[in-house]
Design a protein around this ligand. Structure first.
Ligand code: 5GP
Length: 122
């Protein structure tokens, strides 16, 4: 499987502002934050997209949410609320092909998460 920039963050060959680490997962601040608080929670295992998640990864993917919730509590925005999302492939807006949970907080989120009206609703 192709290496991504996140493999270099996992092996510390490039720096990142790491918020949490254990044997299975890593959380670090997004380099281009889209909210006052924006970090990524990633598995250390290389999984390219949501489509590549298998049954054996279910506990690992659940763990990413546990890490997100733990950090939300520690950083003090759990009660206020936040968004935790994973983008998949081109239409989902994915640019790094190693799954990652975006955690965005500190700002009232809008919905839907696109700016133009989808074709099927015109
Ligand atoms: P995606 O578009 O794949 O859902 O999200 C990839 C995210 O990774 C983007 O929000 C982008 O800013 C972030 N990102 C890309 N390269 C780096 C990097 O080298 N360091 C950090 N900390 N974040 C990165």
């Amino acid at each position: 499987m192709a290496e991504t920039i996140f493999d270099k963050i996992i092996d510390k060959s490039i720096p990142a502002e790491i918020l949490y680490e254990d044997d299975k997962a890593l959380a670090f601040k997004d380099i281009n934050p889209q909210a006052p608080i924006h970090f990524l929670v990633i598995p250390k295992k290389q999984i390219a997209t949501i489509n590549d998640i298998t049954e054996e990864d279910e506990a690992l993917v659940g763990h990413l949410y546990t890490v997100a919730a733990k950090l939300a509590s520690e950083l003090g925005f759990a009660h206020e609320g936040y968004r935790a999302v994973m983008n998949c492939n081109e239409f989902g807006g994915q640019t790094v092909y190693h799954i990652h949970l975006h955690v965005l907080a500190g700002k009232l989120m809008g919905w839907p998460p696109y700016t133009d009206k989808p074709k099927h609703l015109e």
